[in-house]
Design a protein around this ligand. Sequence first.
Ligand SMILES: *[C@@H]1O[C@H](CO)[C@@H](O)[C@H](O)[C@H]1NC(C)=O
Length: 333
Amino acid sequence: MKILKNRWIGLSMIVALAMVLAVGAACSETSDEDESETRGTLYLVDQDWNGQLVTTAVMQILLEQEMDHTVATKFAPADSAPLFIGLEKGDFHFVCCNWPSYSAALLEEYVDADDGAKVERVGPVGITGETGWYVPSYVINGDADRGIDAVAPNLRSVSDLNEYKSVFATSDTGTKGRLLEFTAAWDTKPAERLEAFGADFQEVFAGSEGAALAQVDAAFQRGEPVLTYLWEPHWAHAKYNLVQIEMPDWTSDCYPGGSNYNCGFPTDAVAKLAWPGLKDEFPEAYQFLSRFKMTNQQQNEIVLNLTENDLTVRQAAQAWVDANEAVWRACDP
Ligand SMILES: *[C@@H]1O[C@H](CO)[C@@H](O)[C@H](O)[C@H]1NC(C)=O
């Protein structure tokens, strides 16, 4: 009876505390001691791009430091079958940043299946993704200060690419222009788009985000032309003056809705996905992760800090958490 009474008092205190925190619109709540002892490890997914890694690190830090959870990360490539299989089985519990247009077929199979969801869509992160092809501004406008001539002055859209294919050609593409891509594992469909645009260009995969950005950086250092796949939000836009090449607008008959590739990329409402067992196994974490939001600007500033100041992902995320308590407490930035 005594135990029961104590538990009841404990519980009402937690409810009262939760109410106090709710007034401050707190996102993270104080954990029940008993629960933190019996709770297992919560596995967040790390992927192969820095915007994803810093967002995951911020979530991990808040779950550990504010909510007393034991958190670890496991790696799964973005938009891959192993990611979705792991989320279905519970090997992974949560992934912060799925770009729907990159994994249309997998979302159809695991999230929007007619026979029920095997992976739960938890809602938007708050980040709006734009994908496209970009060139340095000096390629179009020149840069008098650096003595760089405009080598493609009339380049506006993909229909202008052939006029300048020799400008973008390299030893590995012969007479064709070169389109720098990141990794073949992401479903960006460069070959299909180039063909649909009638552009005599060849896609070349750098292998990773880091390797591709090293090539972009080298081109900037030398003032050389480069045509690269990239997205926003991305720290590269703060560091380099990049101009996006126009593509025909995305419409519903375009990939991934349809099979037309003579189109630009759709805008992505970047989404959170979870193992369906998360809400019962880790209810407080589920509540927190459901409400967690981050803007394009916030994700960019953390990654830019990491890149410019040579920080680790964890250091950059911790610096942001320390400097932005009001933002993450409000949980609706
Ligand atoms: C960047 O990191 C430093 C620590 O190295 C920190 O003082 C600063 O607040 C960080 N900036 C942002 C925007 O997080």
